[in-house]
Design a protein around this ligand. Structure first.
Ligand code: FAD
Length: 363
């Protein structure tokens, strides 16, 4: 079976790897001249639970691509420290995404510098040539969404400086912004700092610059690169899942954690679901629904929708009163229905969240 994939990000290349190993004939088209050009924080959560078994085909490549390990976190709200955790156990990683994608692409027919277009029934046009496939997959990320899925802007700076505790990433919340700032060190001398949220690029950049000026370790660093992109906060689009020509995976489908912007792991999961569907002739949506991450994305979207509606003061209360372990579970997309119930008992405002979601959340 011949499969044509548009886009060589985590979604496209993880699908290509799985299909290639099962004997499918795969071609991947990538508009850029190299891999991992798209701005990204390169953060990846610690692999545990469902991840350990489902991500098995990718674990070695992920492990080989790890450049830094995080063993704690600091969370700030309106400039004050809210939580600090130095657990001394690994909570997440920075992966060299370019290396990871390169490893996934080994043995794959990858066509760089090839802007591809799905033109008609299972047909891709690239570099003036039309090729017919048995299956075409859109893995073009936010750049190539068939529908206008909800997106927010994100800006990221690459810093060079001296970072005192590079094993501790930091998150900064501002009660006036639905969104947050991340500080992801990659070692003692290099880090990424970025902001994403429901505001204009100008406002986000002003907030980021204010934060940089307010802290010595940021202020004394050099900004060596500035970049920006959109993050899809729509959640998985249930209509696009039904499309078969082309199929959609990864961010092109909306598979990003809406409240945190984590997209690498969810993209790989959609590839696993589509791979199973193509291999066994099962329904793609049913395969997606079997994954914990499908519910987690839905839940984060509900939380985000409520965060948008409530006023900054209530948002602040939500962040301050939500127990630390639950906030972290929400961030990592690991929250269960039991966790939600305990949240609702603590906070009247969260009953709204529970009521709007309980009947959909089946775990
Ligand atoms: C600033 C920022 C920071 C982020 N930080 C993190 C993070 O730390 N951790 C995390 O998990 N997620 C993060 N994300 C989200 C994550 O980067 C994406 O969700 C993830 O890369 C999506 O993977 P994908 O394969 O679906 O799409 P993409 O990674 O966007 O890959 C799509 C590929 O398709 C190519 N393409 C598009 N259209 C065409 C076409 N017509 N023809 C050929 N090629 C095409 C693009 O060039 C691209 O290479 C961040 C996002 C942003 C914007």
């Amino acid at each position: 079976m011949k499969i044509g994939i548009i886009g060589a990000g985590p979604a496209g290349l993880s699908l290509a790897r799985l299909l290639n190993e099962s004997g499918f004939q795969v071609t991947v088209y990538e508009v850029q001249s190299e891999l991992a050009v798209k701005p990204c924080g390169w953060g990846f959560p610690h692999i545990s639970g469902e991840d350990s078994s489902l991500l098995k085909p990718f674990i070695k490549d992920l492990e080989d691509s790890i450049v830094w390990e995080y063993s704690g976190y600091r969370v700030y709200l309106d400039g004050s420290l809210l939580f600090e955790n130095k657990k001394r156990k690994v909570l997440g990683y920075i992966i060299d995404k370019k290396l990871f994608l390169k490893k996934l692409s080994e043995g794959i027919d990858l066509r760089l510098r090839s802007r591809a277009r799905h033109v008609s029934e299972n047909m891709i046009e690239a570099n003036g040539l039309r090729t017919k496939y048995d299956v075409v997959v859109n893995a073009g990320g936010f750049y190539n969404q068939k529908k206008d899925l909800e997106k927010i802007p994100a800006i990221q700076y690459h810093l060079e400086g001296s970072f005192e505790e590079p094993e501790i990433p930091e998150l900064y919340f501002d009660s006036n912004l639905v969104g947050y700032t991340w500080f992801f060190p990659e070692n003692k001398r290099r880090a990424r700092i970025g902001i994403g949220g429901y505001a204009s690029v100008g406002i986000l950049e002003e907030m980021l610059r204010k934060l940089i000026i307010s802290k010595n370790q940021f202020r004394n660093s050099l900004i060596i690169r500035r970049e920006g992109a959109y993050v899809t906060v729509n959640g998985i689009d249930h209509d696009l899942v039904k499309d078969k020509d082309p199929y959609h995976i990864g961010e092109a489908l909306g598979a990003v954690m809406p409240a945190t912007g984590e997209g690498i792991r969810p993209s790989i999961y959609t590839s696993i679901a589509l791979y199973k569907s193509l291999k066994s002739g099962t329904d793609y949506l049913s395969e997606l629904k079997k994954l914990d991450i499908f519910n987690a994305i839905d839940l984060q979207k509900k939380i985000l929708d409520i965060e948008i509606k409530i006023d900054p003061n209530l948002r602040k209360q939500f962040l301050m009163k939500t127990p630390e372990d639950l906030l972290i579970k929400i961030s990592l997309g690991m929250i269960t229905k039991k966790d939600l119930l305990s949240l609702a008992i603590r906070r009247e405002s969260l009953k709204i969240l529970l009521e709007s979601f309980a009947d959909k959340f089946t775990k």
